[in-house]
Every structure is written in C-alpha cells, then in structure tokens.
Design a protein around this ligand. Structure first.
Ligand code: HEM
Length: 425
C-alpha cells in the first residue's frame, strides 16, 4: 500500500531513483524525505545503460525549473532515463521533440492551442452526464459481484472510456488500448512483458523491448484510425488534428500519430492510478473516509488531497540548455534534472503537517499536475472523473474492504497500482 512500514530505515546509499523497485515497494517517500534535506541536489550516477541525473525534491526548486523552459528543455524526453547514445534520444522511433509534452516554446504553445478548446472548463463540464453514466454502470456491476479487482474492473475503465471516446475510438478498441498503454508505461514491470520470453522478464532489456513493441503496435493501430479519419471526418480530436494548421502548414501524419499516442497514454494511465491510489489511501485512513461519508461536499477537497498524497505521475524531466544552478547546485549544460512530484507535494516548507492526509486541507497548491507551460492539459478531466467516482462510491457502497494485498507497478514514472482486490456491500 502507499506507505508500507519499512522493516529497516532506508539509508542514503540504498536510494536508487533510476529504477522502479523502491516505488514498487512503497518506499519512495522515505527516500525523498532523506534527500530533500541535503545541501544542493541529490545526484543519481550514470549506469551502463543511461546517464545520471539531479533530483529536485523541494517545491521551490521545481517552480524554478518548470517556469523556465528557455533554460530547462523538455525536448530530450520527460522520463528520468536518458541513453548514452544521442541518436537514441531524439532519433526516429522516439517521441522526444515530437509531442506536445516533449516540445519547447514557441511550437509547443501553437500545438497546444489546436486542441485547447476540447479541454476548457466548459468543455469538460459537458462530459459530466456521460462520465457519471459510465461510472454508475461499472459500480453497479461491481456491487452485484460483491467486489473484484478495483483496478481492472473500475479504475482502469473510466478514464479509458473517456479518452477513447474523445479520440473517436470504438468501445471494442478499449481492451487493446489498455494492453498497449500498459506495455508503454509499465514496460519495466514483468507482468506486461509478454513479448519477451519468460526467463528474460524483469531485465532492463526486457523493459526496452516491451516499450518499443507497445509503441510500434500503438502506431500501427493509430495509423489505420488516421486513414479512416482522413477519408471521413468525425466529431473527435483526431479529426480536429487532421484539419489543423500551424502557420499555414498542415500537421504531418507523424505529428498526429504522436499526438494520439500522447493523449491515449496521458488520458488513462494517470487517472487510473489516481483513482486506485485514492481508494487505497481512504482505506488506510478510515477516519477520513468516515468524515467523507458524513459530508460529501468534502469530495472535491478530498480529491485534491488524494492528488497531493498519491502524486500519480512521479516525475517529469528537463535538460539544461545552459550552465545554471538550482538550490546552489551548479548544473552543467546538457545535464538532466528530475522533478519529483511526490517529494515536492510533501515539502514541509509549503505544506503544514505535510505528512498528514487531510481531506480538508486548504490551501492545497500541490503540483501533481505540474506547473508552467506544460501544466496538465487534462487536469479538468482527471478531477471530474475522480470526483464522480468517489461521489458514486459513497452513494452506493456501505462498506469497502481490502480482500488481498494491493499490487504496485514496478515503475519510477507512475505511482501505479496493477491490482486492488476489494469486497463491497
Ligand atoms: C490524475 C491524473 C493526471 C495526472 C497526475 C497528470 C499529470 C501531468 C503532469 C505532471 C503533466 C506535466 C508535464 C510537464 O510539466 O512536463 C501533464 C501534462 C499533460 N497531461 Fe496530464 N495528468 C493527468 C491526467 C491527464 C488526462 C486525463 C489527460 C487527457 C485527457 C492528460 C493529458 C496531458 C497532456 C496532453 C499533457 C501535456 C501538456 C503540455 O505539454 O502542454 N493528463 N500531466
């Protein structure tokens, strides 16, 4: 669960932020607490596979980085891993520099404007009836079964249904999208390494193959959808992109495919984990759950506190475009910095009683959705989907109990939950 009690306190030497083991074991917050108080910044040394990086764990440091895209670039990728070979960083087959999230100004702003209108507060609110219907349908089925795997049966299905619908995909496409997004974002977890022989699973090579296979299969799928939309426009985001132009130039097929790839990943995996992590957190804090049952008007602020507490996306990376410094730590041009959201969201310099889960916390300026130019485009959808889910859970389940251990994802990028068995009545 979120904060498994540690058997032995972690030491600085044991901290490895470049793989998913500490996150899978639920010990990342313990590590962040240790490195947040260090002078300068914590350095993760390079390995045979990839470069080293600086870790930002203070709120002020993440603001300094996110608010200066002219110094800290997204174009060399947003995950902590950077291969040594530059061709593998921006060459064909990588999305770096080609997606909204891996693009710097000025093109980033122009690309974001193309689909902004689908994400305004008004546009998001218009989805409420459909999202509520989907949620109620899934929860009623869950209740009829007396429970099940909350991740597979509920939390993965709501955001996936919404983003697939926005992209104009058919309900039959959802299981494939679930499988492929797991391969791309859960590449390091043996459970999703089905393209690799069993005895090789769990290695970094297996992770690389799984991610590449997921990406290729996703491209194959969306290439077909794109051809269909070119022939017949529909009321969906892909059709909007087909007709979009930036300064008189149409988007290329590759631009549209990377955009679709980003949206299907960002739109479902993140919110799924916010929902599952949120339920785990409420089960671990029965007083908060009881308070929420008594006063459901607290659901919106509980959602914000869940986002702070869970921090479903654990990090975003940037690369320094010039020599600079953060917190007195010199950073050389070309070095990578990682913004750790779970760490900044528990920074005691900003959050009073940061280690207390408080569903009435106010103010609650967490950075779970990032900040600055790249602030999460889908934050409104994530908040709405989470609010509806917890409202409807409270409305129909008198009790929710764990019926087995939660299984976490082996990833340092997503605070993922793969399975969460519960009984409900
Ligand atoms: C709880 C759920 C979510 C979390 C925690 C989350 C987190 C984030 C974070 C931290 C960023 C910032 C990237 C950066 O600074 O480099 C981001 C960007 C983004 N998110 Fe989300 N996200 C969530 C849900 C969604 C949903 C539901 C969608 C789509 C429907 C979405 C679409 C995007 C897109 C397109 C970007 C890139 C924006 C840009 O680069 O301008 N996200 N998200």
């Amino acid at each position: 669960m979120t904060s498994s009690p540690a058997t032995k306190p972690l030491t600085l030497d044991e901290i490895r932020l470049d793989n998913g083991y500490m996150f899978e074991a639920g010990r990342a917050n313990e590590a962040f607490k240790l490195i947040r108080v260090l002078p300068g910044l914590h350095w993760t040394p390079p390995t045979d596979a990839g470069k080293g990086f600086w870790s930002l764990t203070r709120y002020a440091d993440v603001l300094a980085c996110s608010r200066h895209p002219e110094i800290f670039s997204s174009e060399r990728g947003i995950a902590s891993f950077e291969p040594h070979d530059p061709a593998e960083v921006t060459g064909p087959g990588t999305g770096n520099g080609k997606m909204l999230i891996t693009m710097d100004p000025p093109r980033h702003v122009k690309l974001r404007r193309l689909i902004n209108k689908g994400f305004t507060p008004r546009a998001v609110a218009a989805w409420e009836p459909e999202i509520r219907t989907i949620t109620i349908g899934l929860l009623e089925e869950f209740k009829a079964n007396g429970g099940g795997d909350f991740v597979l049966d509920v939390a993965s299905k709501i955001p996936l249904a919404v983003i697939c619908s926005m992209l104009g995909l058919k309900p039959e496409d959802r299981p494939l999208m679930f499988k492929l997004t797991n391969k791309v974002l859960g590449a390091g977890d043996p459970e999703y390494q089905e393209d690799v022989p069993e005895e090789q699973r769990g290695t970094s090579e297996a992770a690389r193959t799984t991610g590449q296979m997921g990406t290729m299969q996703m491209f194959g799928f969306f290439a077909q959808v794109l051809q269909e939309r070119k022939a017949n426009r529909r009321d969906d985001l892909i059709s909007i992109l087909v007709d979009s132009e930036i300064e008189g130039d149409k988007l290329s097929d590759e631009d549209i495919l990377w955009f679709s790839f980003l949206l299907i990943l960002a739109g479902n995996e993140t919110t799924r984990n916010a929902m599952s992590g949120g339920l785990i957190t409420l089960l671990e804090h029965p007083d908060a759950l009881a308070k929420l049952r008594e006063d459901r008007s607290l659901v919106p602020s509980a959602v914000e506190e869940i986002l702070r507490w869970v921090s479903p996306v654990t990090h975003m990376a940037r690369v320094a475009l010039e020599d600079t410094e953060i917190n007195g730590q010199p950073i050389k041009k070309g070095e990578r910095v990682i913004m750790w959201y779970p760490a900044v969201n528990r920074d005691p310099a900003v959050f009073e009683n940061a280690e207390v889960f408080d569903i009435e916390r106010s103010p609650n300026d967490h950075l779970a959705f990032g900040i600055g130019e790249h602030f999460c485009l889908g934050a409104g959808f994530a908040r709405l989907e989470m609010r509806i889910l917890f409202e409807e859970i409270l409305a129909r389940f008198k009790s929710v109990e764990p019926s087995g251990p939660a299984e976490r994802l082996r990833s340092n990028f997503l605070a993922g939950v793969k399975h969460l068995p519960v009984t409900v009545s």
